[in-house]
Structure formats: structure tokens, C-alpha cells
Design a protein around this ligand. Structure first.
Ligand code: SF4
Ligand code: FES
Length: 253
């Protein structure tokens, strides 16, 4: 059994919401400290014994998580004011009380569970995939230049966690800007020898409402991405590509 440090506790202030329509409120919790605990293991502890710091009982706090190793992006939440993954947020490195809230860019379903649907819709809008006819064996795919593969691999690490949208001032309820993640995925799929076949469609989408011109160059996205994806490099590259695409269209090429 894990050894607990008797006197030591960890304090949390958690923003909760009972359903998508209801108002949010905060509850305070205090749980025993254990070495190496992170925000997810703390939430699990609160779930096991849903009691507030004042001793009053409450409902278990809801959250979402899957991989527990910063790969799936499901556990994004705002921890001490910073959007990040709860599974990699170590309690030892956080100031107390630890303040936890859902990301504000996405609709709250319950407590810390948000609906990241706008991100998946953005990926559909830009056709962030490579169309493959799966009805017969196509054989090996086309080769990519190693120099391209290296930077394309970095872009492929996106886990649709939503942190870059949360930190972008231009992604909010007043705009339909698709956000940096989807723009970067356009660069990824346009760089693929097969994905390139839909390049013009993707560029057309980026040039339409809610597309690349929604970027205000705050550069918050690249600073906040937990995967270190060069989002502003992707946006700059796509700015150049959409401009070239526009001229080609004007010239009827
Ligand atoms: S680009 Fe980075 S911050 Fe944005 S969704 Fe992907 S992994 Fe998350
Ligand atoms: S649980 Fe998958 S990123 Fe945290």
C-alpha cells in the first residue's frame, strides 16, 4: 500500500457545473498528500470520497481522461489559470490551493467535462485526412522526402487537446475562427503526396469565413501547445500558400 504523509494535505478549489445550462459554482476539497500525485489521481481521490473541505458531502466531480500520458488530449482543463493536461500536472509543482476549472472556449457538459466538438468539426471542414480507397490493396504508399517527413511528423503529434484554442484570444463565441490546430493539420495533409490531391479544397476552406484570416498573430498558441507544435510556422506557411492559391485563381491557372 502507498505510504501517506499523515499531516500533509492538498487543497483544491474546483469550478463545477451540474449541466450545460446551469450556473457554475466552486467547491473546496482537501485530500491527503501522497508523493508523486497528479491532478487526475487527486480527482480520483475526491471521487472515492466526495466530501468538501468543510465536511459536507457532495456529488463526485466529473472529468474526462484516457491515456494518462499526455497523448489523447481528453483531460485538458485550466489548472491554476493555465490550460493544460491534468494527467501531467504534478501536485508537487503546483501552488496551493490548486484551482481547477473547465476550459472556457468549449461548452461545459458537466464539471470539468467539456465538448471539444468545434475542434473535430474544424478537422472535418478542412478534410484533415488522406482519402484512401479501402476496397482493394493499394500497395505501399508514395514515399515522402525525409526532410519533409521530419517536420510533418512534428505536426502529426497534435492530440486535439484544445489548449491552443483556449489560449487564443481570437477563438471565442463571437468568431467562427477554426483555430491554429486545424490550420496546422492543413499543412500536414497538404504536405503528404496523396493528401496533396485535396490541397486546393483545403486552401479554399482556409480562405473562407472562419478561416486563416481570423488569426490575429497573438502567438499564444505556439507558446501553449504541450506538444511543441510549431503552430505559428504552420500559419505563416499557410498564409503564403493561400495567397499563391488566390493569385492562381485570379489568373485562371
Ligand atoms: S496544436 Fe497543440 S495545443 Fe493545439 S490542439 Fe494540437 S496538441 Fe493541443
Ligand atoms: S489523459 Fe490523455 S492527455 Fe491526459
Amino acid at each position: 500500500m502507498a505510504e501517506t504523509t499523515a499531516a500533509k494535505t492538498v487543497k483544491f478549489i474546483i469550478t463545477r457545473q451540474d449541466n450545460p445550462e446551469s450556473k457554475s459554482y466552486t467547491e473546496e476539497f482537501e485530500i491527503p498528500y501522497r508523493p508523486n500525485m497528479n491532478v487526475i489521481s487527486s480527482l480520483m481521490e475526491i471521487q472515492r470520497n466526495p466530501k468538501q473541505a468543510n465536511g459536507e458531502g457532495t456529488t463526485p466531480v466529473c472529468w474526462e481522461s484516457n491515456c494518462l500520458e499526455e497523448v489523447c488530449g481528453a483531460c485538458s482543463m485550466v489548472i491554476n489559470g493555465k490550460p493544460r493536461q491534468a494527467c501531467s500536472a504534478l501536485i508537487d509543482k503546483l501552488e496551493q490551493p490548486v484551482r481547477i476549472a473547465p476550459m472556457s472556449t468549449f461548452p461545459v457538459m458537466r464539471d470539468l467535462v467539456i465538448d471539444r466538438g468545434r475542434m473535430f468539426n474544424a478537422l472535418k471542414k478542412v478534410k484533415a485526412w488522406i482519402p484512401i480507397d479501402g476496397t482493394y490493396d493499394l500497395g505501399p504508399g508514395p514515399r515522402m522526402a525525409e526532410s519533409t517527413r521530419q517536420w510533418a511528423y512534428e505536426l502529426s503529434k497534435c492530440m486535439t487537446c484544445g489548449v491552443c484554442l483556449e489560449s487564443c484570444p481570437n477563438v471565442n463565441e463571437k468568431t467562427d475562427f477554426i483555430g491554429p490546430a486545424a490550420i496546422s493539420q492543413v499543412r500536414l495533409f497538404n504536405s503528404h503526396p496523396t493528401g496533396e490531391m485535396n490541397k486546393d479544397e483545403r486552401l479554399d476552406t482556409l480562405m473562407s469565413d472562419g478561416g486563416i484570416e481570423g488569426c490575429g498573430n497573438s502567438q499564444n498558441c505556439v507558446r501553449s501547445c504541450p506538444k511543441g507544435i510549431p503552430l505559428t510556422t504552420s500559419i505563416a506557411a499557410l498564409n503564403a500558400d493561400t495567397t499563391k492559391h488566390l493569385f492562381k485563381k485570379w489568373l485562371g491557372a
